[in-house]
Design a protein. Structure first.
Length: 335
């Protein structure tokens, strides 16, 4: 990270009277996208409970408790405020699935990265080759894949599967990094965090919410690709700010704020402040590039980019209140 000594000193001085970390984040994070919430949120929440139960995933009390603390349908409602109820349900189900899958992978991978291979290989076989599932998690993924194919165009569904495979592969890299945390520098941390963000699999669903499919020229435009990267990074780094206390206690490594803390050997509030500035630059670049390309985009292209922006906004407003990150309000903001 190219943060200068002056930037670190400025962050350590502080500029607000924040009492806790959440107030510190709120006071410093640049959030140009206003709060919005899908009116079908309650319906989606009930649907998630039914969907998870159908696949037996909440038979484990720990999983059921985790879902109640993460509120996947609320995240979907904040990210996708204008989606119709059917597509919103797919988004909410997928968020819930990824929460379960990610926690399971973290638990298994902590014991040994090699133990993850059967779990990850099953997912890749389902997504790439259409192989039948052999576990409840695999069955849930196959069900999601079927829902996506029914709702999306073939090209959109293919992008969904490709992005989902990248996310699956990233979890193995995360497990290896956790096992050799002393070798994980800040750059490697950011690279792995990009892989395991799990945000980009949702972008084809943002596209499916539009009236028309984007042309190949639009979807593969270099600026569009950069917007995708910027929005996914900002969307996942924002929860990193709110989860830093929890991750630090659990010995987590792949977290933007904790990467700043390790690199600069500073306090957590200073690290959070530095991470916020990094995120602010990312969001501003997203805004600038969107402003440049917007006149060239079709109405569907504009809606697609707005869907990306929705993930930045939604992850912020969800992170502020979700019980999973409640420790942020108890953590002092003293720099």
């Amino acid at each position: 990270m190219s943060t200068t000594h002056e930037e670190i000193a400025l962050a350590a001085q502080g500029g607000t009277q924040a009492v806790n970390l959440r107030e510190l984040i709120d006071a410093n994070l640049y959030m140009p996208f206003p709060y919005a919430r899908n009116p079908h949120a309650s319906e989606a929440s009930a649907g998630v409970d039914t969907w998870l139960s159908t696949w037996g995933l909440t038979d484990d009390p720990a999983v059921a408790a985790m879902i109640s603390y993460t509120r996947p349908a609320e995240l979907a409602a904040c990210n996708s405020p204008s989606m119709d109820s059917g597509l919103l349900q797919i988004v909410a189900n997928q968020i819930a699935y990824q929460f379960v899958f990610d926690d399971r992978a973290e638990d298994v991978g902590r014991r040994s990265p090699a133990r993850l291979l059967p779990m990850l290989c099953e997912s890749v076989a389902i997504l790439r080759d259409g192989q039948p599932p052999t576990t409840p998690l695999g069955a849930a993924l196959a069900g999601l894949h079927r829902q996506v194919r029914e709702r999306c165009t073939p090209d959109q569904a293919a992008r969904w599967a490709s992005n989902s495979r990248e996310y699956v592969h990233g979890l193995l890299y995360e497990a290896v990094a956790q096992a050799h945390s002393d070798q994980v520098g800040s750059g490697l941390c950011r690279s792995i965090r990009s892989l395991i963000a799990g945000v980009e699999p949702f972008y084809p669903l943002c596209e499916a919410a539009q009236r028309c499919e984007l042309t190949p020229e639009e979807i593969h435009h270099p600026v569009m690709q950069r917007l995708s990267r910027l929005s996914a990074d900002a969307a996942v780094w924002i929860p990193d700010l709110f989860s830093a206390v929890k991750e630090q206690r659990a010995g987590g490594v792949i977290n933007l704020a904790l990467a700043y803390r390790r690199t600069h050997r500073c306090s957590l509030p200073v690290a959070v402040t530095l991470a916020v500035r990094h995120i602010n630059r990312t969001i501003r670049e997203f805004e600038e590039l969107y402003g440049e390309i917007k006149p060239e985009l079709s109405p569907s292209g504009i809606g697609y980019v707005e869907g990306m922006a929705g993930w930045i906004r939604g992850c912020y407003f969800w992170s502020r209140t979700v019980p999973r990150y409640a420790d942020t309000m108890a953590a002092p903001a003293g720099l």
